[in-house]
Design a protein around this ligand. Sequence first.
Ligand code: KIV
Length: 263
Amino acid sequence: MSKKIRNILKKKNKSKIVSLTAYSKNVARILDKYCDIILVGDSMANVLYGMKNTHSINLDHIIQHSLSVKKGVKKSLVVVDMPKGTYQTKKEAKKNAKNIINTTKCDAVKLESNNKNFNIIKHLVNSNIPVMGHIGYTPQFKKKFKIEGNTVDKALNLLKEAKSIEKAGAFSIVLECLSPNASKLITKNLSIPTIGIGSSSECDGQILVTDDMLGLSGFYPKFVKKYVSLDRIIEKAVKKYTKDVKQKKFPNKKNYLNGTKFR
Ligand code: KIV
């Protein structure tokens, strides 16, 4: 097990794990100072590519964006989402996960649970590929965006699923859209850290889609806290640029390339 992963495990019950998504070097470089984990999420489907769900993201998309993210990261653990359909059998999962890790030099892969694919996680872990699990609302397998684990029976079923993922060897697990009670039950009964999104502060850590918390994506369910409205800031800058171009204020002499100097 790598030192970075050991450090994440050590945080359980000690300090909260900070995590965000990134799809590019420039964003990853900023997040790296603050995050323990950076996820190259298949949420890039909706956020970057304007797709209607995450299903059409493929290995090439994920690898290209992971290569970019990795260039901006010095210290955080970089986890890469395995796209839908790339981990259906043990053989295929190993081949694709190895391709991701070997090509990008990222630290781990994340795969969504369908409450059956524990043997896939085990096979990857036995092949020295660190795995993060993901339960609750799993967009690759579930159509309906809803609160998960909001009855005692449903919470116990999720605990069973989480326990199987832990047993299979995952080093952590994302809990997406779980009720606070289910999150608490799972977090207390697992020895690996839980990373919540829409799952209350009962988890060992938190993750958000960066474009959501920056106010860029236009997707703001109740569990997203918008820390800034970057859309408005960008619009203001673009408006000013447009005015400058039209009024011939940009470029001005300071921006002219005279002689040999670029800077
Ligand atoms: O793809 C993604 O960004 C994710 C997070 C929502 C956890 O899986």
